[in-house]
Design a protein around this ligand. Structure first.
Ligand SMILES: C[S@@+](CC[C@H](N)C(=O)[O-])C[C@H]1O[C@@H](n2cnc3c(N)ncnc32)[C@H](O)[C@@H]1O
Length: 431
């Protein structure tokens, strides 16, 4: 019987490559100590899927016909363990993959022999296998969606003339498993965490330090990517008494807003009931004052009784900027982009309508695609001439050429120099 860790990985790969679905956040919850192996194996299979498939193809009897997904999954899992997980024995890597291929739910029973033969041969020289896989072009691991996201990420910084080397360098960085960033909420900086000089209040894990689970569980800190933290380090001196976080769950940015403006009334909206309940719980656990409302933000804003001095619209998006954290992203179906951009426009229109005179509206997405941010910014500039760009971020976080006096109304850190998630945003104020 294959171990639960490998069964979970096989199921997750089937979900991604068979259904075009995401790996659920809690896919490894019941795995205990084996979760590390499962995470490493899943990450390797997702990040090197193209090369693993290309390595197998010439070894098939009929390469053009290919093999069913179950066989491809079990082969990829076996090969990834042999090539890149030296702690896994040949026996475990090969035999468990063969057993998975014999499981009707996960593999393709007639291919047990094929899986066995290919993996046994590969196990004879694991170093050579790794070298052969590494020698295949890294571009094989990129879907067209990933390629597009990378080009979009680099375009504003190189005015469209960046060299292919930049693209490869960015892709190589995004293929490394991400390292989490943290934010101190109260008390002292715990051992093992060190400040990130570029973003005040942002902490990183020291090399070799354990993940600070007890500290997080004590609600003294939270995990928050440096991009989100830099976005919320906007420089804005005008008084803020009413704040709206229009898309607030799970509550990372609502937390920062509540701590930054403790005297203000904070309304946090969330359309999904379960996420709204979790948001309420998180804010309560952190001892923060906020009114959490389960509602569609556009509808709620239409009926809102007053305007807001500060609106954060951290909009639902494709998540193209999170592909380091979500290595399945390149392989998902991305058919819902027009629906998302329509929703973003609807939310932005409603938010702009309720911005108080002199107030600040920040729109942001964790995506590099221009249609999810830049296009909205251009549209808003035409549709609402009463809204002016607000240069609230240090110029180095913007795009060269935008902004004044060292500050920018656009948030778009250069992904070649900035190791945070891919984020884009803009800020406007109402005259
Ligand atoms: C990018 S996430 C927000 C992350 C959050 N700001 C944070 O920092 O923790 C977008 C959120 O918007 C919610 N959402 C999607 N459509 C919405 C709508 N029409 N009204 C309000 N919330 C919405 C999603 O369920 C999701 O929780």
């Amino acid at each position: 019987m294959p171990t639960p860790a490998r069964i979970h990985v096989a199921h997750a790969l089937h979900e991604v490559f068979g259904e075009g679905g995401r790996v659920p956040d809690i896919w490894d919850r019941e795995l205990g100590e084996d979760a590390h192996l499962a995470q490493a194996l899943l990450g390797l299979c997702l990040r090197r899927w193209g090369r693993l498939q290309a390595w197998v193809k010439p070894k098939l009897k009929d390469p053009d016909r290919g093999v069913p997904l179950g066989t491809r999954v079990t082969l990829a899992m076996g090969l990834a363990q042999l090539a890149w997980l030296p702690g896994v024995s040949d026996h475990a890597a090969v035999n468990e993959a063969v057993e998975l291929a014999g499981n009707r739910d996960l593999g393709f029973v007639p291919h047990k022999g094929l899986v066995n033969a290919i993996l046994r041969k590969a196990a004879k020289d694991r170093t050579a296998l790794a070298a052969e896989l590494e020698a295949l072009p890294a571009a094989l691991d990129r879907s067209s969606a990933a390629e597009r996201a990378l080009r979009a990420a680099l375009a504003p910084h190189g005015a469209g003339k960046h060299v292919e080397g930049d693209l490869e360098a960015l892709w190589a960085r995004l293929q490394r498993p991400p390292r989490p960033d943290f934010r101190l909420l109260k008390g002292e900086v715990p051992e093992g965490l060190v400040p990130l000089p570029e973003v005040p209040g942002c902490l990183c894990l020291e090399d070799g330090a354990p993940f600070p689970r007890p500290w997080l569980e004590s609600a003294a800190g939270m995990v928050q990517d440096r991009s989100s933290q830099a976005l919320l380090a906007y420089q804005w001196e005008r008084p803020v008494t009413r704040i709206l976080d229009a898309c607030a769950a799970p509550g990372g940015k609502a937390t920062t807003l509540a701590l930054r403006h403790p005297e203000a009334d904070l309304v946090a909206l969330e359309v999904h009931p379960r996420r709204a309940a979790r948001l309420r719980q998180t804010l309560e656990q952190r001892g923060l004052r906020a009114r959490v409302i389960h509602a569609d933000a556009a509808e709620w804003l239409e009926r809102a009784e007053s305007d807001f001095d500060l609106i954060l619209l951290d909009a639902p998006c494709s998540g193209s900027g999170t592909l380091q954290k979500h290595p399945e992203w390149p392989w998902l179906q991305h058919e819902d982009l027009p629906r998302l951009t329509g929703l973003q426009r609807r939310l932005l229109t409603a938010a702009a309508e309720r911005l108080a005179p002199g107030g600040l509206l920040i729109y942001a997405v964790c995506s590099w695609l221009p249609e999810e941010c830049e296009a909205h910014r251009e549209w808003l500039a035409e549709a609402r001439p009463d809204l002016q760009p607000a240069p609230v971020w240090p110029g180095r976080l913007g795009t060269p050429g935008e902004g004044s006096e060292g500050h920018s109304p656009v948030f778009r850190p250069n992904p070649l120099h900035w190791e945070g998630e891919g984020f884009q945003g803009f800020a406007v104020t109402r005259a």
